[in-house]
Ligand binder design. Structure first.
Ligand code: GLC
Length: 429
């Protein structure tokens, strides 16, 4: 069967009437940045679903503008996910919706640039205008609660907020949580029962305990603050690149919709000016997270190191220098979540080595904006080729010649389907 048709089948299979689950069983609710990517795919299939998907996501928005990373629609029907809605217990905050359970952390703010795509596709302007207000109040929340000093950059307080759950980037901050502090935690993991080879393809139990420790601490603070000694306070270049790109989209869109965008322009300028100061490693021509506790960059070459290309941050000359090593390493697929020479690399383990389609899509889009159509075409063709050969999986082995199986994690993974569909439908020249 043709790949585009397979992608459409996955989008249909995971559609639940108002929103799309990321993957059957493994992720049975609505996830934040997944929904953004999925909406893009639906523009090539059922455009109206793209709007409905966004509206369902924002039905979980809190009164103060916060947008959670999981919306537990129909929580009572599904028990195959841990930590569950009851574990998160969003009701500890008066800001949470009374009628819908959610998590208490967020995910990369893709919604601004997604909304601009929905607008360009000519969807209902009234619904877009209402969504604009919601996305804009989410950005307000980010700047009010998470901005670091007056940099225009925002901090993440949990590795899950990065969307790159067990990236080696987070090893140093997470190891600050001592084994003693983890003794009380009872694990009830469900994910490991849903995928093959879980011992080598998913985070370890010890990692998971640390993730839960952070959740427990944040819950104690009603998800709106942190104690002074909180171990995980990071400026992430991926989260902030996406924030800047979305802010830019909101400014363009806001002008058309007659909204106030001055405050967004101010934040965009501040964030753009601060970006290199915190994230750039000039010698390696790569971008790294800045650890606000250790006061240093976390220097591991990861796919996230390239995402500033999506936001148009590096100069054209720098982008070309950034790409050169990748071109020379033909045995490695672009862009591994951790470079094989990086400390902590594991070829099958989630965000510690495998290739993820959403990261490639972001880099591909960025390259198109730089008019690097040859480079963009290569990323696009390698990504489509990989999915065609191995299936619509969650993540893929980064080695072109590996013998031990290639697609891992959830099968029928929605954002892989959606973004490949988008790539197939767009010519790059
Ligand atoms: C995993 C990914 C995260 C994604 C979620 C649902 O946790 O790391 O980025 O949003 O699954 O697909």
């Amino acid at each position: 069967m043709e790949l585009a048709h397979q992608c459409i089948q996955v989008l249909d299979k995971n559609w639940k009437g108002r929103f799309t689950i990321p993957s059957p069983r493994l992720y049975p609710f609505q996830w934040n940045w997944d929904s953004g990517f999925i909406a893009l795919g639906n523009l090539h299939h059922k455009p109206e679903r793209a709007l409905t998907e966004m509206e369902a996501l924002f039905s979980g928005q809190w009164k103060n503008g916060f947008l959670p990373h999981i919306i537990f629609h129909n929580a009572e029907k599904y028990s195959s996910y841990f930590p569950s809605a009851d574990y998160w217990n969003s009701g500890v905050s008066e800001e949470a919706p009374a009628d819908l359970k959610t998590s208490g952390i967020t995910q990369p703010p893709v919604h601004g640039f997604i909304l601009e795509e929905l607008f360009k596709a000519g969807l209902d302007i009234q619904r877009i205008s209402e969504l604009f207000n919601k996305v804009s109040s989410y950005h307000q929340w980010l700047y009010q609660y998470r901005e670091y000093e007056s940099t225009g950059l925002v901090a993440i307080w949990h590795n899950w907020e990065s969307g790159m759950d067990n990236s080696p980037w987070w090893d140093i901050p997470l190891e600050r949580i001592t084994l003693d502090e983890l003794e009380y935690i009872q694990l009830e993991r469900k994910d490991v029962h849903e995928v093959k080879e879980s011992e080598s393809t998913r985070p370890k139990d010890l990692d998971y305990k640390r993730y839960l420790y952070l959740v427990d601490t944040l819950r104690e603070h009603k998800y709106s603050g942190i104690p002074d000694d909180f171990p995980f306070q990071i400026l992430d270049p991926v989260f902030n690149s996406i924030l800047l790109a979305s802010t830019e989209s909101l400014i363009r869109l806001g002008k058309v919709l007659n909204k106030d965008t001055d405050w967004l322009s101010q934040k965009l300028n501040q964030g753009t000016e601060s970006f290199d100061v915190y994230f750039l490693d000039d010698e390696q021509d790569l971008y790294f997270p800045y650890d606000l506790v250790g006061r240093e960059q976390l220097k591991q070459p990861c796919s996230g190191s390239y995402i500033p290309i999506f936001a148009g941050i590096p100069s054209l000359a720098r982008v070309q220098r950034m790409l050169k090593p990748n071109r020379e390493q033909t045995q490695i697929r672009p862009f591994p979540s951790c470079h094989p020479e990086g400390v902590g690399f594991e070829q099958k383990n989630y965000w510690r080595g495998p290739v993820w389609v959403n990261m490639n899509w972001l880099i591909w889009k960025g390259l198109l904006n730089y008019h690097l159509s040859g480079e963009a075409e290569l990323v696009k063709n390698q990504t489509i080729g990989m999915v065609k050969e191995y299936g619509i999986f969650e993540y893929f082995n980064p080695f072109t010649d590996n013998q031990s199986g290639t697609g891992y994690g959830g099968a029928d993974f929605s954002w892989t389907a959606a973004l490949v569909l988008d790539m197939i439908n767009k010519t790059t020249s």
